[in-house]
Design a protein around this ligand. Structure first.
Ligand SMILES: *Cc1c(COP(=O)(O)O)cnc(C)c1O
Length: 218
């Protein structure tokens, strides 16, 4: 599927939900995609991308930025504290702030660097042992803690369990965000971004539907 088809589907989903199309940001998830596919999407004028590994992103985006100028790249995968500085240099937003220790590290570095990407706090809505994020019951306290650190919290992010109805998770995330006066909602991927938009997503993370299936695992 092409970028323009995805954009049309986003517009249609917005119209159906009574939302303006410009309230949804399409993050083109370019992890492990061949560079020529990424380049094709850049050539179409798209300037917002998602990566899930710091190292991989560091290997491609500085070159693309030299070539194309300003490009927004968001980190959507797990972040180790020892890579936080590099991530804060490289990305305009981090969607995977998932624990107090990382929040404190980012706050300290933000002081030192005099800048900080926009942050999304990851909530483990499915309470899965193998998945990152704070538990729903701990989310309010974590949001308050991040705000007390003066972090630029833009919103919340979730990755629903693969075998469950995603809309239940999207509505749970939206509910937690609403009661904490957060407007940013990073939710929805290739298979479910329309239902995420119906439930308030402001950032949809779409990979394979734009670029084709990933050959390597990520
Ligand atoms: C890979 C990835 C996506 C994109 O997944 P697709 O199903 O290819 O759209 C979205 N969010 C996260 C966190 C990812 O790691």
């Amino acid at each position: 599927m092409s970028l323009s088809e995805i954009n049309s589907r986003i517009e249609a989903a917005c119209a159906k939900a009574g939302r303006a199309a410009n309230t949804v940001n399409l993050i083109a998830v370019s992890k492990v995609q061949p560079l020529d596919r990424v380049q094709a999407v850049l050539d179409e004028g798209h300037r917002l991308f998602g990566e899930n590994r710091v190292q991989e992103a560091a290997g491609k985006w500085p070159d693309f930025r030299d070539q194309y100028g300003e490009i927004n790249v968001h980190l959507i995968g797990p972040l180790q504290s020892n890579k936080a500085r590099q991530a804060m240099e490289l990305f305009q937003a981090i969607h995977s702030v998932d624990r107090p220790k990382l929040a404190k590290t980012i706050a300290r570095l933000a002081q030192e660097m005099g800048k900080c990407p926009e942050l999304f706090l990851q909530v483990n809505t499915g309470e899965e042992a193998q998945k990152a994020g704070v538990l729903p019951a701990d989310a309010d306290a974590f949001i308050a803690e991040c705000r007390a650190l003066a972090l630029p919290v833009r919103g919340l992010m979730c990755i629903p369990p693969v075998d469950e109805e995603p809309s239940l998770h999207f509505s749970l995330l939206a509910k937690i965000a609403a009661r904490n006066d957060l407007t940013g909602l990073s939710m929805g991927m290739s298979s479910d971004f329309e239902s995420a938009i119906a439930l308030g997503a402001t950032h949809v993370r779409v990979g394979s539907a734009i670029f084709g299936a990933r050959t390597a695992s990520a």
